[in-house]
Design a protein. Structure first.
Length: 365
């Protein structure tokens, strides 16, 4: 839990800090050879993310890494929090005593015309106990349970066109491990506004299909045997990859491993998500190629609940990422020869995968 907050309460020794910094630099170089130069240019934040921080410093780095381009204010947070509270209260008034309250109708929004997806907040109480189930923070009565519910409800009213979607609970919970409630809300709003995840949470078919197709090509080039196995049993990338991306690996990996992936995602963007996915397949390669991966159920288990038991060491994961040759992801390089994968090249490759379907502007946002 202390690691998830940004590192242990006692400052780590010099050797521990240098080892952690080396771990981050390894994955950074695998994601993009240009990144070490950017790390040097942004030394204070980069070294802080790489070496680990006291909780107070970590809050500033996470907040700065994610930014607040939407200019969310404390007043806006309170307005949407109050709207959610009023909607629950209004609904409770029309229900019999003792009946669970579901926000399925919003009387106070009747003057606004058609409703958005605010009623999706009824799913939040069901998902809270399933959020990091090994951490008591988010269980009912836990110190972060109320804040997590408040943040998710406020977001549903901030973006009624999206509402609450499963997966947001892991993003908000991860941010709460680092930040106070308002700053975590700012982080969630800006994070979900990023092109890497917005299209997925809006359930846009193009956003899902192009990422799945691109990853399939990466897998065939980097891990052809694994690619053949999952194709043979009918395990499509959409069945596991999209959840990995939507939760930024917070659901499928232990918190201490996912926290490092988040650090690098904030530094270098979506390309880190592909690198991490290839690394997870490489770590699972032996199991996938064995009898254990002989059918769809077995493969889904290997890349599902078994991941938490298999991936416990960030150093091992990032070593696999580097050995995957992820710095030169196929499909993102010009025909004249290999080059480092950047997020702009990645986006261009995603557009290319849509082919003649002519993606509308902002299709990947």
């Amino acid at each position: 839990c202390e690691f998830a907050r940004g590192v242990a309460s006692a400052a780590p020794g010099r050797e521990a800090r240098e080892a952690a910094a080396g771990t981050h630099r390894n994955l950074a170089a695998a994601a993009s050879p240009e990144l070490p130069a950017r790390l040097a240019a942004n030394a204070p934040h980069a070294e802080a993310l790489a070496a680990g921080l006291a909780a107070e410093s970590a809050r500033g780095v996470v907040a700065n890494g994610n930014g607040n381009v939407l200019r969310i204010t404390p007043e806006l947070f309170e307005i949407h929090t109050q709207q959610a509270h009023d909607a629950r209260r209004a609904q409770a008034m029309v229900r019999a005593p003792g009946v669970p309250v579901l926000v399925t109708a919003l009387p106070d929004f009747g003057t606004r015309g058609s409703h958005g997806k605010e009623s999706s907040t009824e799913c939040i109480p069901l998902d809270l106990p399933r959020t990091f189930p090994t951490l008591a923070f988010f269980h009912e009565g836990g110190p972060m349970h109320a804040d997590l519910s408040r943040i998710l409800e406020a977001y549903s009213f901030f973006r009624p066109d999206i509402g609450y979607v499963q997966g947001m609970n892991y993003l908000a919970a991860m941010l709460l491990l680092y930040l106070p409630a308002f700053e975590a809300f700012v982080g969630l709003c800006n994070l979900l506004n990023a092109p890497s995840v917005l299209g997925l949470y809006r359930m846009e078919p193009n956003a899902v299909q192009c990422r799945a197709a691109l990853f399939r090509e990466f897998c065939e080039a980097q891990l052809p045997a694994v690619g053949r196995v999952i194709d043979k049993v009918g395990l499509m990338p959409e069945m596991f990859l999209i959840e990995w991306f939507m939760t930024l690996y917070a659901k499928c990996l232990p918190v201490e491993v996912a926290a490092v992936v988040w650090d690098l995602f904030l530094l270098d963007g979506e390309v880190v998500l592909y690198c991490a996915a290839l690394a997870l397949l490489r770590m699972s390669e032996a199991a996938l190629l064995s009898e254990e991966g002989a059918d769809l159920e077995g493969c889904a288990k290997i890349l599902g609940k078994d991941l938490r038991k298999r991936v416990t060491d960030p150093d091992e994961l990032f070593g696999m990422s580097k050995s995957s040759g992820a710095a030169h992801l196929p499909g993102c390089c010009p025909a004249s020869g290999p080059s480092a994968t950047t997020n702009s090249e990645l986006e261009a490759a995603q557009v290319e995968r849509l082919g003649a379907r002519a993606a509308p502007a902002g299709a990947f946002q």
